[in-house]
Design a protein around this ligand. Structure first.
Ligand SMILES: [Zn+2]
Ligand SMILES: [Zn+2]
Length: 341
């Protein structure tokens, strides 16, 4: 079967690889659609801590169940369309033992530590496969990035009556907007690009602010009548924007960091006690993948709008370099491995 193999930094080729059979507790899926994201670019460039070569990338996928392990007696059936949760925790480390497998210290991530979804067929643990019969192959592949945004919102505790500022309107920021408004919060989306902000409005943002034109603090002040937002979710990883989040949030409010970078951030220690800020990180999702399926199913048409570009499987190398060079116009870029079910 065919796979898009990353052979070295910025070098991907379609190659023939050995076919697979389901191991114990596994389903073999024919891969339908794979979403590409920022972490894929870092892995591809060789700048990600988990980069290794050769590797098969891809962790945001939909697929159709083709084979099940012989002794399988669960509810999955051959022919089911599924979304896949791409994390394999160890079950033994301190985070796993405490019920936080999303922070597993030995976490195996599909498409990073273990070969991923840019391949015609893949074997997955049946428990990682979520039937999504009401979705199409594209929106099913968006459940994973939506689960990341949902985790950040659940971490924040945002609900009815909260004012939530979302910094960054890339795919994860968009998922944060969607999940926050779904829980009844009022949302302000912040970005430098109008096309992304228009999309955030579609996801349910009440207000959008382009910070290449407007001053964020003044806009937030006006929106919250000077009180500050009760929640700020940082989805860019830019250090100075985390600093802004801490400065903007209301006393007793919550800042959640879901963006990633190696930036260092100078913060006044006094801020934490003076405002009694809750400053939380957010990683993967903790038991929320089923809720993410539900969120996507209830908002199928909105979520489908996140897709800006599609590439054929044979064009996967072009797709990843497109994501790398077109972050201004690319929101969610998909590789269609197999069209339809
Ligand atoms: Zn991703
Ligand atoms: Zn673990």
């Amino acid at each position: 079967m065919k796979a898009a193999v990353t052979l070295g930094p910025e070098h991907m080729e379609l190659r023939s690889v050995a076919d697979i059979e389901p191991g114990p507790g596994q389903a073999v899926l024919s891969v339908c659609v794979v979403g590409l994201c920022g972490s894929d670019v870092h892995l591809y460039r060789g700048t990600h801590p988990y980069s290794r070569f050769p590797t098969i990338q891809g962790h945001e996928l939909s697929g159709v169940v083709r084979e099940l392990a012989e002794d399988y007696d669960g509810t999955l059936s051959v022919g089911d369309l599924v979304a896949v949760e791409p994390f394999i925790p160890c079950g033994a480390c301190i985070a796993c033992r405490r019920g936080h497998p999303n922070c597993c210290t030995n976490l195996a991530v599909l498409g990073a530590h273990v070969d991923g979804a840019l391949v015609e067929r893949i074997a997955m643990d049946v428990n990682a496969c979520y039937p999504v019969d009401q979705l199409d192959v594209e929106t099913a592949a968006l459940v994973e990035p939506v689960s990341i945004g949902l985790q950040a919102v659940v971490r924040s505790g945002a609900t009815n009556g909260d004012t939530v500022v979302v910094i960054g309107a890339g795919p994860i920021g968009q998922a944060v907007v969607l999940a926050a408004q779904d829980r009844g919060a009022s949302v302000m989306a912040v970005d430098l690009l109008d096309n992304r902000l228009a999309l955030a409005a579609q996801m349910g943002a009440e207000v959008t602010v382009n910070t290449s034109v407007h001053e964020l603090a003044a806009e937030v002040d006006e929106w919250t009548a000077g009180e500050g937002p009760t929640v700020v979710i940082e989805a860019t990883g830019v250090g100075r924007l985390l600093r802004s989040a801490v400065d903007l949030v209301a006393p007793s409010g919550t800042v959640v960091v879901v963006g990633i970078s190696n930036d260092e951030v100078p913060l006044s220690v006094a801020t934490f006690t003076r405002k009694e800020i809750n400053l939380l990180g957010s990683r993967n999702n903790k038991g929320l993948f089923g809720s993410a399926v539900d969120l996507v199913q209830r908002n199928r048409d909105r979520v489908a709008q996140l897709v800006t570009h599609r590439f054929k499987f044979d064009e996967t190398p072009e797709a990843i370099s497109f994501v790398m060079t077109h972050s201004d116009v690319a929101e969610k870029v998909l590789v269609v491995v197999q069209d339809g079910r």
